[in-house]
Write a protein that binds this ligand. Structure first.
Ligand code: DQA
Length: 164
């Protein structure tokens, strides 16, 4: 963990605090009560709190946003260039359908980590394909709410590696 901290400190010494946007898509506002045997009992607000706290420890400011509307997610991604150093995206079911999210990620070229609480590849056949994966630098899935925290740590390491 000290390694993550030193990476973030080194990066924030070179420029201002890193900024990370965390986006969550449809039905993720229901976490806590939504199929807890698959998604766990943690609410999205709890997860956001944990990711923001971890970001603070590592020298990154984390903004978090959830929407059930594809267009709202597209608007946030569309404005990300120049504001955010990186993004985490749990697109929910839009993961498996949205060419528009793929296009938006490619268009802004802000490094993005695909995030899932469950492990979609181990579930129904229709969850095996991710439309957004080819526009992301990595994916973290299957760790419940920890997927978001692990993805943040991975993103910061990825950014540190790119900047050296
Ligand atoms: C999910 C996996 C998706 O297949 C599903 O539609 C979701 C949640 C996850 O976090 O595990 O809504 O993205």
């Amino acid at each position: 963990m000290a390694r993550y901290a030193s990476i973030a400190i080194a990066m924030s010494a070179r420029k201002n605090t890193l900024r990370v946007l965390v986006l969550s898509g449809p039905n993720l506002q229901l976490l806590g009560t939504r199929e807890p045997e698959i998604y766990g009992k943690e609410t999205l607000a709890d997860i956001h709190k944990r990711v923001k706290a971890r970001g603070k420890e590592l020298g990154a400011q984390v903004d978090a946003f959830q929407s059930n509307h594809e267009g709202d997610l597209l608007d946030r991604i569309g404005k990300a260039r120049g504001t955010y150093d990186g993004m985490l995206l749990n697109a929910g079911a839009l993961t498996h359908t949205s060419l528009a999210l793929f296009d938006a990620l490619r268009a802004v070229a802000v490094p993005c980590i695909e995030v899932h609480l469950s492990n979609p590849e181990a579930r129904e056949a229709y969850r095996k394909e991710s439309k957004v994966a080819p526009a992301c630098v990595a994916k973290v899935s299957g760790f419940g709410g920890d997927s978001y925290v692990l993805a943040l740590e991975g993103l910061l390491r990825w950014l540190a590696r790119r900047s050296t």
